[in-house]
Design a binder for this molecule. Structure first.
Ligand code: HAM
Length: 452
């Protein structure tokens, strides 16, 4: 097939066979965040370029090399968001959310755009689940965010991620650290890439996350920021660690984490996969950004957050062989013979759907044999065939496609009768899939309410 065009490099289609996983994941993330008090925020997909240049930092790889920036028809420089924090911070300021009780806790699921070299787990359009807490300097908040991430991984059954933490200090300790970095990189001036030569003068820390192989080799031996922390930052980091210990959250201190965005201060962290299929993949990361709100024109507002890459989470889930629930199945397929029966099938389906049952009938004008083949392919749990005789008799036999059992239902009370059967069979299937212990801990009333 000669295609007119294909999807742009670095972008992905989520096809119908898989989209239920994204939906389940997104709902789960938002639900768990909500239990921690986070409310969803939605910001535009594009912003004025200066927001990212100022917020993310104009010496970062993201701003210097990876942004999708264009002039709109009014001649304004516009950028597709490369990440979610800057937009959330702008909205926090623009809408006076600082007047609401602090800390303000927001979460989001967004598409992000970075012109990176596409490879496994790295896309040019990708999706982030992120959380931001505006207005707290307390180390308890740092631990709370990490605990939220941990809860998400535990709920999803992901157990092969390592939490790596570091502190990259405040502007005070950073000044000393920059001097040390400058002295170190000066001796490699001949080998650094052009961008890093400029960074050497303006922001030597950014050389540490340059993706050029030569720069990253030189950076591997550079001094680490943890050795330059001021007393306040040291104490803050110690307190974050004591909260993590108290919450039994395992972590590894990685003094090399500096993160690729300029706004970070103090605590930074990443979740790194240790699964052999996705080893080294960073599934999420974040940290404190105590100066960002001020940088964008607000009052001093210590803040922090993290984001997870949804595509990366899904690949870790797949690597671990975790099955996500929620694949949309057809609860009943109502085949029909003739026009009168087709009208009846359409009516029954409408009534069943109003009761929350996934019901389908033939909308392609096919033979009954082809209808049944289709029902089988879409995985219908029950089927029935309505013909003129059945309408006359006022009853029809439905078939459980798993065990072949047939049950005759009156057409007049079909919706009510089938709905009760369906709830019962869903409850049986759930009970079969649970251990005794799980079953004992279930709130059955609540469960039955949910099934209905
Ligand atoms: P980030 O580390 O640049 O941080 O991105 C967060 C996560 O997005 C990464 O850990 C990764 O899972 C995913 N990600 C990043 N780039 C790509 C890509 N090209 N393809 C696929 N996934 C990717 C931030 O964006 C910060 N805004 C996080 C944050 C929120 N910090 C504080 N609050």
């Amino acid at each position: 097939m000669a295609l007119f065009t294909k999807a742009v490099k670095g972008t992905q289609d989520v096809l119908p066979a898989n989209s239920y996983k994204n939906r389940f994941l997104e709902n789960t993330l938002l639900d768990i965040a909500s239990n921690f008090g986070f409310k969803e925020i939605r910001t535009p997909v594009f912003e004025h370029t200066e927001l990212f240049a100022r917020g993310v930092g104009d010496t970062t790889d993201v701003v210097q090399k990876e942004m999708y920036t264009f002039l709109d028809k009014g001649g304004r420089s516009i950028t597709l968001r490369p990440e979610g924090t800057a937009g959330a911070a702008r909205a926090f300021l623009e809408h006076g959310l600082f007047n609401e009780p602090l800390p303000q806790k927001v979460c989001y699921i967004t598409s992000c755009y970075r012109y990176e070299k596409p490879q496994s787990g790295r896309y040019r359009e990708f999706h982030q689940f992120g959380v931001e807490v505006f207005g707290t300097p307390s180390p308890a908040a740092d631990a709370e965010l990490i605990s939220l991430a941990n809860e998400i991984f535990a709920f999803l059954g992901i157990d092969d991620l390592t939490l790596e933490i570091n502190s990259i200090g405040c502007p005070k300790c950073r000044a000393e650290y920059h001097k040390a970095l400058k002295a170190y990189f000066e001796s490699y001036k001949e080998e650094l890439c052009g961008t890093c030569l400029d960074r050497l003068e303006r922001n030597p820390m950014r050389i540490l996350d340059c993706k050029s192989p030569i720069c990253s080799k030189i950076a591997a031996e550079a001094p680490v920021v943890l050795d330059y922390l001021c007393d306040e930052c040291k104490e803050h980091f110690e307190k974050v660690k004591s909260y993590l210990d108290a919450l039994n959250i395992e972590y590894k201190i990685n003094p090399k984490i500096v993160r690729g965005l300029d706004y970070y201060t103090k605590t930074v962290f990443e979740f790194v996969s240790s699964n052999e299929k996705t080893a080294g993949l960073v599934c999420g990361g974040g940290g404190r950004y105590d100066g960002l709100i001020e940088e964008l024109g607000g009052q001093h507002t210590p803040s922090l957050g993290f984001a997870m890459g949804l595509e990366r989470l899904l690949s870790v889930i797949e690597a671990q062989g975790i099955e996500l629930p929620g694949e949309q199945k057809c609860d009943i397929y109502i085949a029909s013979i003739g026009d009168k029966a087709s009208l009846k099938a359409a009516g029954i389906c409408t009534d069943l759907r109003a009761e929350g049952v996934g019901a389908q009938f033939d909308i392609a004008g096919r033979s009954v044999k082809a209808q049944m083949k289709y029902a089988d392919k879409i995985g219908a749990k029950f089927t029935c065939v309505i013909g003129d005789d059945d309408i006359e008799k006022g009853e029809v036999a439905i078939k459980n496609m798993e065990n072949g059992e047939k049950t005759v239902l009156a057409l007049d009370t079909f919706t009510d009768d089938f709905s009760s059967m369906w709830v019962q069979s869903a409850a049986n299937a759930l009970a079969d899939s649970l251990s005794n212990e799980d079953f004992a801990s279930l709130d059955i009333n609540n469960l039955m309410g949910g099934l209905k």
